[in-house]
Structures are given as C-alpha cells and as structure tokens.
Design a binder for this molecule. Structure first.
Ligand code: GLC
Length: 422
C-alpha cells in the first residue's frame, strides 16, 4: 500500500499544525543555519564549534510540552542540516553530537520525548552536505572559492552511499518515524542524482507508514506535486493562492513551512517576530486552502527555545484551546472566500467555520448562504448568535445575516462562528 493513500496521510491532514525545529552547530555563530555556506567558513573554523557544543539547557521534554501547549500535533527536527553536522549517533561520520561535549544522541532523546507527549515525530535530513569529502563543491558550497579544495578529486557515488546509509540509520535506530523531510533538490542534484527511486523503496520498506515530503525532486521554491517520490508538497515561506493541486486538479497533501522570525536556525540578531495574530491567521489560511502549517523554532546553542517564540506559541495555543475545532480535521469549505475572512470546514461533522478577521461597516452577512447553514454559534463559548434581517438588506438577497453587534472584533486574533451545513 502506498502511503499517499488518504488513510495513511489522515493523521497528517487532521493535525494541521506542527513544529519545525532547526538546531545544530550553527546555533553557536547564531546567524542562521546557512552561515557555513553563505560566509564560506572553512572546515577547520567550523569544526571548532563542534568542540564547544555543550547544550546544558537541552530538555526535550520541555520542548515537547511547549509544542503541546501551542496545540501542535507533529514535529520535525533537523537530524542533519546542510553543514553536515549530525545530531544523531551515526556510524558513518565523526561529525556528530556524540563526539561533542554534549556527548548525547540528541535525536534519540528528541524522538522519545515527543513520542511520549503523543506528538507525531518527523526527521529532517539535508540532501546537501558541506562536510562530506565527496559532496561536490558547487555554487552553494562553503569551499567554492578554495581552488586547492576544488582541485581534489571527489567521487559522488560515495556520497550517495553515505546518504543512503544514514537514511537507513535514522529509520532503523529510533522506532517509528512518522515523517521524513528531505531538503532539497537544485540544479543537477535532483531525483536520480540522489538515487531517489532506490532510496524511496528502502524508506518504504523500513517504515511502511511513513510520510515523505517532495524535496527529493523539488527545490524549496517548487510547489509541484512529487508524484511517486513524495507524499507532501512543501511550499516554503509562502501560502499558495489556491493551495496545492495535483496535475489532475485534485487537492494535494501540502504543508507551508514558515519561520517565526526571519531565520530557521537560531539568529540572535533577528527580532522580527510575527505576532500571535499573524500566526493564527496563517494557520486559518492554510486550513481554508486544505493545507498544514509547519512553524519553526530555532533553539539556542545551550538548547533552549527562545523566550519570544515561547510567548507567541503560548498565545496561539490559548486561541486553539477554544477554537481548535475550526482547525483540526478541517479543510476547504464548499463556499468561496468571504470578504471579511475565511471559511474552514469539517466534512465529517458537516460544520462550517466562519473566521471573522475584519468587521465590515455593514450588517454581518454570509453571502449566498441563506438556507444553506443553520445554528450559528460563537465557537469560543458555544453561545447563540441570532439570525436577523436588517432593514438595509433586501429580504430577497441570498445572504444570511447574523446579529453580531458591536464594531470591534470579539476576538482580535480571529473570531470563529460555527454553523451546521444543511
Ligand atoms: C531551505 C533552506 C534551509 C531550511 C529549509 C526549510 O531549503 O535551505 O536552510 O532548512 O529551507 O524549509
């Protein structure tokens, strides 16, 4: 059975909200996870960070509690990022957490803590590897200006073996992994350059129920569906206008991944955080278009999720406690987007959720919904909203008008009205 079958992806499309964790040696320079590449940091200089990586405040149980309180249902952490450093204890490299002062298999502790909290567990694995001696020195590589390094022979097939071996390790040594998140294909390095067909076969045989993202064939700007080589399409830092569709026009399983500030890896200088309101609205937008939101945190070198991130996530979680019915298990509604906000829809419960994001200077109406929905209620407290016919809207108009008094939004993040589909 192929995991793209909707039964196997049901947990994922129900979950709707996940936590992305970018953590690695790059938390020490603290200028984002691309530092080694964009600043062309030489090998020896970068390796000194491994000698000082001692995350004394790392507490994955606390991380899982933060995710849970935020209402996140799944998590994806960087087992290895582009810098090649492995948070897991790999047999195939010495550039790993167990060889640092941390002396711990951080992936094992992470998997165990989140699993125990009832959160589905995913691993991110970078296809790029700026540490492996056989990875090509291309336009993104930190040694791209180093003529001596470029003159050294490199044998890409050895890197392919390494990649396959490590994927086998992370899917063998940590029990059930619910989601594998590759990053990313570019230039000629795509698809069979990774020996993708063989790799996917191995992945499916080791973890038959795993979901796989699309980046064995796609770059981070590519929102096309991966066909047989991936189950989840992963638009990055954007929510596509109409969600993501397969070539036959049906809805793809998709997930927008977003940073909370502007960085994935910890960046001490980036204080440009989104507000809780923005996050809540992003989440409602994804769900209204049939997708998920994977929201990132970048823990510090000492192993803590930054306070600003925790504060925002807590607020999102408080909103979700009362309004989660309009998010979890929901998807595109059978009505066009209204001017004042968005709709989400729970198919099984036949419930439509009206997310009121703006208060129009007019009676509050659901355009063309007269006779199509009943029983309007404020979702947050279950209280009744009266249906009324205001004097200034023609009785013949097909609108369903609700008695929503006051010009302020009752909940400035997103006020949700639940309705039963007739
Ligand atoms: C990009 C970046 C990477 C980040 C990822 C998350 O592909 O290269 O640093 O991990 O996006 O989607």
């Amino acid at each position: 059975m192929k995991p793209s079958d909707s039964t196997l992806s049901a947990w994922f499309t129900d979950a709707r909200f996940g936590m992305f964790i970018h953590w690695g040696l790059y938390a020490i320079p603290a200028r984002g996870e691309w530092a080694r590449g964009s600043e062309q940091i030489p090998d020896e200089a970068y390796r000194t960070f491994a000698g000082e990586f001692a995350p004394d405040r790392f507490d994955p149980v606390a991380w899982a509690a933060i995710a849970k309180k935020a209402g996140m249902k799944y998590v994806v952490m960087t087992a290895k990022h582009h810098d090649g450093f492995c948070l897991f204890d790999s047999k195939f490299t010495d550039f790993k957490a167990t060889n640092t002062p941390a002396k711990r298999d951080l992936v094992r502790e992470y998997v165990e803590a989140f699993r125990a909290a009832g959160i589905k567990v995913g691993l991110y694995y970078s296809l790029l590897d700026w540490n492996h001696p056989d990875y090509p020195i291309d336009r993104l590589h930190p040694l791209r200006s180093d003529e001596a390094a470029k003159a050294q022979p490199r044998e890409f097939s050895r890197y392919q073996d390494y990649l396959h071996n490590q994927v086998r390790e992370i899917l063998t040594n940590y029990g059930t992994i619910d989601l594998l998140w590759f990053d990313f294909s570019y230039d000629k390095l795509s698809d069979e350059a990774w020996r993708a067909t063989e790799l996917v076969k191995m992945i499916r045989s080791l973890q038959p129920n795993i979901l796989l993202n699309n980046r064995l064939v796609a770059g981070h700007a590519n929102v096309s569906h991966a066909g047989e080589l991936g189950d989840i399409t992963t638009p990055e830092q954007l929510i596509p206008e109409e969600g993501v569709r397969k070539p036959d026009g049906s809805l793809a399983v998709w997930e927008a991944c977003m940073t909370l500030n502007n960085s994935w890896g910890y960046n001490r200088h980036d204080h440009s955080y989104k507000s809780a309101t923005q996050v809540i609205r992003m989440l409602a937008e994804c769900v209204s278009k049939g997708g998920n939101l994977l929201l990132n945190v970048g823990p510090t070198a000492r192993g803590e999720i930054p306070d600003d991130s925790i504060r925002i996530l807590d607020e999102v979680g408080r909103w979700l406690q009362r309004n989660g019915d309009s998010i979890y298990g929901c998807t595109i509604a059978p009505f066009p987007k209204p001017e004042w906000g968005r709709y989400t829809f729970n198919v099984a419960a036949k419930k439509v959720f009206a997310h009121m994001l703006e208060r129009q200077m007019a009676p509050f109406n659901l355009p063309n919904m007269k006779g199509k929905v009943t029983r309007p209620r404020w979702l947050e407290d279950g209280s009744e909203i009266k249906i009324n016919q205001p004097w200034n809207i023609a009785e013949s108009a097909p609108h369903l008008c609700l008695d929503v008094s006051g010009w302020q939004l009752p909940n400035p993040h997103d006020t949700v009205i639940s309705l039963n589909l007739v």
